[in-house]
Every structure is written in structure tokens, then in C-alpha cells.
Design a protein around this ligand. Sequence first.
Ligand SMILES: *Cc1c(COP(=O)(O)O)cnc(C)c1O
Length: 238
Amino acid sequence: MGNAEEAARREQLASALESVQDRVRSACAEAGRDPASVTLVVVTKFFPASDIRLLAKLGVTDVAENRDQEAGPKLSDPMLTGLGLTLHFVGQLQSNKAASVVSYADVIHAVDRIKLVTALDRAAMAAGRRPKVLIQVSLDGSAGRGGAAADLVPELAQAVSEAPAIDLAGVMAVAPLGADPDMAFATVARLARTMREQHPGATWMSAGMSGDLEAAVRQGATHLRVGSAILGSRPPLR
Ligand SMILES: *Cc1c(COP(=O)(O)O)cnc(C)c1O
């Protein structure tokens, strides 16, 4: 990227980031929440490592990817070394990719079955790493966007809490298409509270994206996963 091009992209990202941060601050003010209790995780899928670097220089601390085949090479780009970023994996995950994802991800959001818990624990143990894990709950009962049925969440949480090499951090959800996000996230908040009673360390609620982050803040989300509102619309799948 040329210097002028890079400066233009930096301006674009800075202004989009600022408007999302404004939205988060207003939502927190309306909900009577401390903005420091909400972490903005910027979803950088389909965008280059150079964008991640610019975002880090603009103060972003947490970034997320959703496909191992893209994230592995991108996140190991030397231009990202030493930026102190916390790396999140938010996509559907096959057990056979557990070792790869564990090698770079600090937080894994979409854990929805026992087989994956076992695979992640084994991979973390072998690699000497200790990722945080969130249980993804499916709010519409369809398996398409991943997630466990709500009644299976307690046993998954128990399995993660008993696994020696991974840490249970909380719950994650995507609002179903067409659903009222406040109602969807209120359900997630109830599950998060129940989980916390059993596992006091599981304090995270990962919910809210570009279109529904205000509802997520109102319902108590601690981690927002925002992509297109900051990076722009994603290029079509190649
Ligand atoms: C892409 C993605 C996001 C970000 O979505 P936007 O609508 O672009 O903000 C959030 N969560 C997950 C799991 C994603 O895959």
C-alpha cells in the first residue's frame, strides 16, 4: 500500500471506529453502564493484516477472525508482531482445526459441543496454551449459525470448567435473523447469569454486532463483535 493510500485508509478506519465508539458510549449512558465494562472486539475477516495494524495503532486492543484458513496466515504476519493484540476466534470450528486455532487464538467464542471441548483442551495442553472459551447458545434452534440448544449449555459449561487447559469465560450468541435483538439478548443474559451462579469466573457475555450493538449493551453484553460498521462492507466471497 502506498503512503497516501494508507493515510486515506487510516482516516476511514479512524472515523468509522469513532462513530462506533460513540454508539457504544451513548448506549452505555442510556443503560447506566460504565463504558469500561464493554469491550469492543473488531471483526476483521476478509480484511488485510494492514487494516489490523492500523486499527491497533488507533487503540483497538481486540480483533476477531472467523475462518481458520484465513486467520492462521493473516495473524502470523510479521506486521502484527508486538502490537499486544488479544486475538479472538468467533467462527464455527471443526474439531480437526482445534490445534491450529489454539496456536494463535486467546479467546474462542463459538464452542457448542463436547467433542470440540475435548479437542480444544487437548490442543491447548499440547501447545502449552490456555485459551478462554465461550459457549455459543443457539437462540432459534436452527443449527445453521451454530450454537448449542439452551438446555445443553450447563453441561457444556461444566465440561469446559473441568477441562484442565482451557478457561470458561461465559456465553456467546448471534441474534437470529428477523428476531427482536433485545428479546434474544435478554435470553442470553439469563443464561449468562445462571452460568455465573455455577461458575463465578464466567463473567463474559459476547453479543451484539454492527446492527444490534445497542440492544446488546442494554441487555448486559460485555463483548461486542463489530465488523462492517468499522471496516466497511465485506468484499464478496472469492
Ligand atoms: C462477521 C461476524 C460478526 C460481525 O458482524 P458485522 O455485522 O459485520 O458487525 C460478529 N460475529 C460473528 C460470529 C461474525 O462472524
